[in-house]
Design a protein around this ligand. Structure first.
Ligand code: SF4
Length: 151
């Protein structure tokens, strides 16, 4: 299949993390897809209007709060909608998103207490993508992605 794949910008190599860092995915198959132009990068937090660097944020119930106590729910919601828009526009087959992020986490996120505690859950952009029917995997699941694409 030559279908496109939505990916987190920080996995793609953008320096878009809250701390200005990147976390590039170096799996050989990911790099091959990148070279073939099949990856559609998105950073929901930056596309939602947040600067880089920015305060650390975590999901707490229906809201997304910063470690400084600010409510970032509006920007996270805009970013989640942007991710969904890009997925639809590019007719992506599935998504590979950065684990643990309040936007992009697909199996785990931080618990909202800013005590370095990780719980089961998903980021807001991933929630929107899944609600629209997209399959979302993390950077730790490239083998599963290869299998899913082969179907
Ligand atoms: Fe990476 Fe997603 Fe965080 Fe952007 S919002 S830095 S793409 S994990």
């Amino acid at each position: 299949s030559e279908k496109k794949i939505l990916v987190s910008g920080c996995l793609f190599g953008w320096h878009c993390r809250y701390d200005d860092g990147d976390t590039p995915c170096l799996h050989p198959q990911f790099l091959k897809w990148k070279e073939e132009g099949r990856l559609i990068p998105v950073c929901p937090e930056v596309f939602g209007g947040l600067p880089t660097p920015r305060p650390d944020c975590q999901r707490t119930g229906d809201k997304v709060m910063s470690c400084a106590g600010g409510d970032c729910t509006e920007q996270y919601t805009k970013g989640a909608n942007e991710a969904l828009r890009l997925a639809k526009e590019n007719d992506v087959a599935l998504c590979i998103m950065k684990e643990d992020s309040p936007s992009c986490g697909s199996t785990h996120i931080y618990d909202g207490t800013f005590t370095d505690t990780i719980i089961e859950g998903q980021g807001l952009a991933v929630e929107y993508l899944r609600n629209a029917g997209y399959k979302v995997f993390s950077e730790n699941m490239i083998e599963e992605v290869i299998k899913a694409l082969a179907k």
